[in-house]
Design a protein around this ligand. Structure first.
Ligand code: ZN
Length: 246
């Protein structure tokens, strides 16, 4: 990340646009996959099923049925199966562009195109959860997405407790490039203690994951720790209601 990108990201982080105070009635967790590579569903799905949990798959419509730079992405059948199993389709932009690089008109066109695409699999229901591609965000793009979705996730590391920004929720990475079991365990304990919202994220699931993905064992281990802490795991749209005490 170059300096300008870092600064823009930091500025966005310092400028909450959709603040809310979590109710703190009980802790909650979500497991999320970005983009998403096909094996997040074919290998990740069975692990979620083993733990009896449903996830949020942030879907970039432009990746459907494609292989890009060696990554095999989901296809239409995967989306149908995933929705049938009760998982959530989140929005991740159609073209998977870093949002600060798009004009507001381009953001609009991209958001509409992805929403239209996703509606084809959700019985016409619009997605309510969004994640910034690459976590790239600026104050302008936060303000753009905030009113369009009930919850928006960035990639800033951390848990969500107390006063949060629903336009840039924190997340804990399960990616192999920054795999630190102690940090994940500490995050789980913090959420348990403060009745916060733990949002986990990764990309592919494979025995030989990309730097941005996880092995099946990593995913299984993390969900096992959350289960051991007796924290309920729900898709983002439902976890939001629990977190807000609705
Ligand atoms: Zn992405």
């Amino acid at each position: 990340m170059n300096l300008k990108i870092k600064l823009t990201s930091l500025m966005a982080r310092k400028l909450p646009v959709k603040t809310a105070r979590l109710a703190g009635h009980r802790p909650v967790a979500s497991i999320t996959f970005d983009d998403f590579p096909k094996n997040a569903w074919t290998l990740g799905g069975p692990i979620l099923a083993k733990h009896g949990v449903r996830g949020t798959y942030y879907t970039a419509g432009g990746f459907c049925g494609r292989t890009v730079d060696g990554t095999v992405f989901y296809d239409r059948e995967d989306l149908k199966a995933l929705v049938a199993a009760g998982h959530e389709l989140g929005c991740h932009g159609y073209g998977h562009q870093p949002t600060p690089t798009l004009t507001t008109d381009q953001l609009k066109a991209d958001a509409e195109r992805n929403q239209e695409f996703l509606r084809g699999f959700t019985g016409g229901v619009a997605p309510v959860s969004y994640a910034f591609p690459f976590g790239r965000v600026s104050p302008r793009t936060k303000r753009f997405y905030a009113p369009r979705f009930t919850n928006v996730r960035g990639v800033h590391p951390g848990v969500n407790v107390g006063r949060v920004d629903l336009a840039q929720l924190n997340t804990i990475s399960l990616e192999s490039r920054c795999w630190e079991p102690e940090k994940i365990e500490a995050a789980i304990q913090r959420v348990l203690h403060d009745h916060g919202w733990l949002v986990l994220y990764t990309h592919d699931v494979s025995d030989t994951p990309s730097p941005y993905g996880s092995t099946p064992q990593m995913l299984d281990w993390a969900l096992g720790k959350v289960a051991a802490a007796r924290i309920e795991v729900l898709p983002m749209r439902e976890a939001l209601s629990v977190a807000l005490g609705a």
